[in-house]
Ligand binder design. Structure first.
Ligand code: ATP
Ligand code: MG
Length: 99
């Protein structure tokens, strides 16, 4: 159960709707430890899946600072069913991140 977050759910729904119209966006979810940030990202994923999107999830860690774009290429590589496709997928989706 996801309680007491009607306003947030409404904003997530609006963002997913905009994405469906070709207008992607970035949502920044911040708050105190344990307040429910991760849970909100799970809810966003559920909303997106219900709307027919494919979703990718990747956490970032302090070590990622060494290569700040790594999370993008890492997620995109997961779209490849054949490992040899990975570089092409990254190059097409995010040329700036292709090695
Ligand atoms: N709206 C909610 N309804 C029900 N349970 C919730 C809700 N929000 C969070 N929880 C539960 O509370 C716990 C803490 O939530 P969550 O892990 O999302 O917090 P967090 O802000 O990501 O924490 P951290 O700062 O440690 O990463 C989890 O067990 C989660 O399932
Ligand atoms: Mg968390």
């Amino acid at each position: 159960m996801f309680v007491g977050r009607d306003a947030v759910v409404s904003r997530l729904g609006a963002a997913v709707k905009r994405a469906g119209d070709g207008r992607g966006s970035t949502l920044v979810i911040r708050g105190d430890a344990g307040i429910g940030k991760s849970r909100i990202t799970l809810e966003l994923e559920a909303v997106a899946l219900r709307a027919g999107f494919r979703t990718l999830r990747r956490a970032c860690f302090p070590g990622d600072r060494a290569v700040p774009s790594a999370w993008v290429s890492d997620m995109l590589r997961r779209l490849a069913t054949d490992p040899s496709d990975a570089q092409t997928i990254v190059a097409e989706a995010a040329p700036a991140f292709a090695a």
